[in-house]
Design a protein around this ligand. Sequence first.
Ligand SMILES: C[S@@+](CC[C@H](N)C(=O)[O-])C[C@H]1O[C@@H](n2cnc3c(N)ncnc32)[C@H](O)[C@@H]1O
Length: 413
Amino acid sequence: MENLAQNKECLQDGGIINSVAEKPTEAFENATRNIPEGEGNGSASCSGVGDAERDENALQNKELPNKRKHEPEDNQAVKRLVSEKVAIHYNTLQECGLAARSQSRIFYLRNFNNWLKSVLIGEILEKVKQNRRDVAVLDLGCGKGGDLLKWRKGRISKLVCADIAAVSVEQCQQRYSDMKARGRSNDCIFPAEFVSTDCTKELLADKLKDPEMYFDICSCQFVYHYSFETQEQADMMLRNACERLRPGGYFIGTTPNAFELVKRLEASETNSFGNEVYRVTFQKKGEYPLFGCQYDFNLEGVVNVPEFLVYFPLFEEMAKKYNMKLVFKKTFREFFEEKIQIEEHKMLMRRMQALEPYPADDRSKLVADNLEEYEHVQQYIKGCQAKLPLGTLSKSEWDATSIYLVFAFEKMS
Ligand SMILES: C[S@@+](CC[C@H](N)C(=O)[O-])C[C@H]1O[C@@H](n2cnc3c(N)ncnc32)[C@H](O)[C@@H]1O
């Protein structure tokens, strides 16, 4: 696991994570510049006003006719079905033990994503702590509590965990109780509250013990894209994330990069693209409405549920309603390249086994059987006599992780 930095370069040279689109494809840009007509997830349409005005109009709730009241009941049922599908999916996802996880084809990809979240959360906590001793956190879409240890490490003062999947929330609560029970008697672990609700439809504050409470951080990891089904849902989730943040507080998260998804879709001959670890399937090509642009995402048995494109410039505009200013938006590749330069993060990467040692030693075997999956590393080794083993991800895992981006917004006073 040495030579992480060099290896990172080798990965780029190999073209593994350099397919990140900085610009939307033309088709997507055209489609997303239009205003959704009426209903939030309607198809894009042209209104005859300039692009900037159109974008501006699209973001003002009050200027969009509210057709929701007249929405046919079967449409409402379809929408209910999507969120039910998401909740059922996550509720029935089995938690597998460490032994089974380490056998997974995406063991390193998962660890890599987890490393990235750890770095993001750690850095934001550090920033907030420059001005505050007590830090209250909202984990929006907490799942089974995958980030609980990060909050403990960050010595926060209070945690609220919310998720649509009731079984996941129960498991998260159990994990928290176990963590508390395992702690030493003088370990002071933060108090926590657990809420099971659809954060795209319900106001979370109403469900808290103290509806007036304020947060310093809202963390929304791999979740926000579920809200982009309609404008109302995206706005409600944003409201839950940001309305009760203190000035100087942060809204951080990770979400798929719509530009990258559309770019890969447009390059594909079908409505689908992917590889042996992930697959994304759109219903059609060439039309990308601002809301409700649905696709199915499948990650080696981890997720196979409907998700929605999040057009980031729109997300950024919508966040202004809650006085949020974008601090940064980076692709996973950009974030990785920047953070891996820092020794502490490099060490964490080793500890978390976030890259696969290449070549495998005598006692182990690579996660991918196909040697083409490691062509980039072989080329690098040839070119520069690197000290082995190197740390890497298989090509398919890089392709899967490089779909995502990481963002941070700050609440203005
Ligand atoms: C990919 S998981 C991420 C879980 C966790 N944040 C993590 O990083 O480990 C996505 C989570 O979003 C939750 N979710 C999806 N739609 C939601 C909604 N409308 N309200 C609240 N949570 C939602 C799912 O139940 C699931 O737990």
